[in-house]
Design a protein around this ligand. Structure first.
Ligand code: TXA
Ligand code: MG
Length: 321
């Protein structure tokens, strides 16, 4: 791995793109130069108004990225870094505006993954990295899905096997009162236990304005998605089987009453952590299995369930079949 890390760092120095594993999902990394950042937007087909997250190897690297450090930031870093929490802070003028899609803020996190941290240390500078998918698609959690999405658009991929968390980091803005812009692996209750009251506004207009990326389609698989209440499995299945479409099922601990012949993909999640870890991978697997309609069980909005439901609802809102 050492040689590969060195090679990856060299590619980054030449404005190349390197996909690398983090604990959440795979990132598509580039250095903070205008040329390299433009390549990220092009490779993903990402709208230029959707800002990127910058990854760092240690909290000290923040000094060059942000000119202002609210006291909440120190408490959150101490509690959750390295880990799946992204802080939105004031951007320093030293950072090219294109990284933040022109916003005066910057999103930063220190990932908790040995390969990501080795790469960041070897490279010695911050690395901008959105999730390594085409814009609007589910985030990849293994290199097969990075390859399927980006193909030759990425210069090098570091393989860390499947990601352990599976959903993206929680994004919290500290520009005003602390405000969750994207629910993620770290729950709002845990954050509140560290810094007190936090506003949760991922769906509000305010969040759309302060985080422009939120308005775009997200996590959308190429199939029709039907969200199913646990009690409704039998009814939904009976109806869907009559449609004659190739079906897929993702359920939580459910012992299913029966399967039709047209169920071509089935995945049982054992608990919420397993659900989060495998959700995006299951979208890609269902597509590969030729599923036309994917039936997927909704979960209680508690703990990780908040982030899972956020992804399911966004995916369903964008999916058109
Ligand atoms: O777990 C993760 O966060 C992964 C891994 C690779 O670190 N990265 C990731 O990046 O999910 P991306 O680009 O797919 O999502 C970044 C999110 C978007 O919703 C974007 O709008 C928001 O963070 N964001 C980035 N910079 C922002 C800023 N300055 N102000 C508000 N929101 C920002
Ligand atoms: Mg993304």
């Amino acid at each position: 791995m050492t040689l590969e890390i060195k090679k990856a760092a060299e590619i980054l120095r030449q404005d190349g793109l390197v996909a690398f594993p983090t604990e959440t999902v795979y990132g598509l990394g580039a250095r903070l130069s205008e040329t390299a950042i433009r390549r990220i937007f092009a490779a993903k087909g990402r709208p230029f108004d959707n800002p990127l997250i910058v990854h760092i190897a240690e909290p000290n690297q923040l000094n060059r990225l942000s000119s202002d450090m609210p006291s909440f930031a120190n408490a959150l870093m101490a509690a959750f870094w390295p880990g799946p929490l992204t802080l939105v802070l004031k951007r320093s003028n030293a950072v090219p505006a294109i990284v933040s899609a022109g916003l005066p803020s910057i999103a930063v996190r220190m990932p908790n993954h040995p390969i990501a941290l080795s790469l960041l240390q070897e490279f010695g500078e911050p690395i901008a990295a959105p999730s390594a998918n085409r814009s609007g698609r589910p985030s990849p959690t293994c290199i097969q899905h990075v390859q399927a999405e980006l193909g030759k658009q990425v210069d090098f991929i570091l393989d860390g096997g499947p990601c352990t968390v599976g959903l993206e980091s929680t994004v919290i803005s500290l520009i005003d009162n602390p405000c969750i812009l994207r629910p993620g692996a770290i729950g709002i209750d845990v954050i509140q236990s560290v810094i007190g009251h936090v506003v949760e506004s991922s769906y509000s207009r305010g969040a759309a304005l302060s985080s422009p990326g939120m308005k775009h389609a997200h996590y959308v698989p190429r199939l029709t998605l039907v969200l199913v209440e646990p009690r409704q499995w039998q009814t939904v299945l009976e109806k869907q089987i009559l449609s004659g479409k190739r079906l897929g099922m993702i359920s939580l601990k459910a012992v299913l009453p029966f399967r039709g012949e047209n169920v071509v993909y089935e995945k049982v999640m054992t608990d919420l952590a397993h659900y989060a870890q495998n959700l995006f991978a299951a979208f890609y697997e269902a597509e590969a299995a030729g599923v036309e309609t994917l039936l997927i069980e909704i979960v209680p909005r508690e703990g990780l369930g908040v982030a899972i439901m956020d992804r399911l609802e966004r995916a369903a809102a964008g999916a058109s079949g």
